[in-house]
Ligand binder design. Sequence first.
Ligand SMILES: Nc1ncnc2c1ncn2[C@@H]1O[C@H](COP(=O)(O)OP(=O)(O)OP(=O)(O)O)[C@@H](O)[C@H]1O
Ligand SMILES: [Mg+2]
Length: 447
Amino acid sequence: MPGNVAFTMEQPNAKQKEFLLSEKKFVAYGGARGGGKSWAARRKAELLAFNYRGIRILLVRHTYGEVYKNHVLPMLEDLAPFIRAGAVDYAKAENAFRFAGGSRIECGYLESDKDLLRYQGIEYDVIFVDEATQVTEYQYQTLLASLRGANRFPKRVYLTCNPGGVGHAWVKRLFVDKVYRPGEKPEEYEFIRATVYDNPALMEKDPDYVARLEQLPPGKREAWLEGNWDVFEGQYFPEFTVGIHTCPPFIIPQHWRRYFAMDYGLDMFAGYWAALDEKGDCWIYREVYQPNLRMSEAAELARRKTGAEMLDGCFAPPDMWNRRQDTGFTVADAFAGQGIYLIRASNDRVTGWLELKEWMKIREDGTPRMRIFESCKNLIGSLPMLIHSQKDPSDVDTEPHEFTHGPDAIRYLLAGRPAPADPPRQEEEWEERDEYRDTLSFLEFGR
Ligand SMILES: Nc1ncnc2c1ncn2[C@@H]1O[C@H](COP(=O)(O)OP(=O)(O)OP(=O)(O)O)[C@@H](O)[C@H]1O
Ligand SMILES: [Mg+2]
């Protein structure tokens, strides 16, 4: 019986202690490599199962192999005296530890959306996601639907995380940037930041581990050693830097060539206006970024935002010429109806992304060929969030999907090969034009 077996464990370090004692509903722990995250998650799950009767705990990792190696095997060791005493039993088929008080810890994995089916309809009191940045926001949100139950145990979610991965953006938003959407209660979230330096056990056991982290190339080093969430492993455009690739808005000179590029879907209409100066440098000066617009509404909005500007080209991906089953019209038709004549731009993804990298390259004078006005907030927020696809590392991953709309539109802009501006006209010529304009507006006014 458990009465004569004591649960002994190593002492938690200060940060782990904070995590073990935290009472918030959503707690994230870590933020860098080696901070003792998996240890803390596993220990907390075990302590909860010992201390509360009849609760159901889920502990997930990205893959079965990872959960088995990082949690099942260590737990079999941690709990061995109890398993021998018959107070805990490991049900291999369910990958679950069942405690004498009726609580259970299920070790699961979330490698793809279809793995969510395993948890559908099951009620959990506590959910742990070890390496939460390996799961997408959709997977996380769907998993949260299983956080419920009729008992009085307060429902809890515990995450551990490293920067990088498909879940980088949503974890960063909730726990690092603390930007909340309607319905999310800021007071329910807590981030306990821990790096390898907070884990004396590891520093003692494996001093080389710290040395290895310290020797990582820039980017990976800041992310994994220092827990910097702005540069991270797997990021597609680590070169993108606010202040270098962005600039305060200014009035675009008359003689620069202007272009428009867009991507349209019901989930998002992302459109950008860009101007090319006579050197061929590109300035992205206006953004529309709006979900849930019908194609006619998107076209009207683009027209309105363009105002009286003359556009030298409007670029869009080939699927804008697909006929909608219901109306028989294409998105291109809708835009043509507003006087915006779209030009089909290549949707060769990899070529497009590499091209964008070329435009972002810093030249000898310290400037890139492309700059974005600070007012184009969604594009600026999206570019650093894109990650390499695991299937084709030269491509951008289509997840997190919400950050792909703006950069996709810019890809179409570049694929459209926008041309540089001609040199400005002579002074007199402008005056003449202005006079002509005055006459025109006078005539219109008089009508
Ligand atoms: N409080 C502790 N006492 C003794 N050993 C510990 C403690 N915390 C962590 N460790 C040990 O330190 C090592 C690293 O811990 P852990 O695997 O939990 O870190 P992690 O943050 O999950 O690392 P990674 O980023 O590589 O996933 C492991 O060997 C673990 O057993
Ligand atoms: Mg770990």
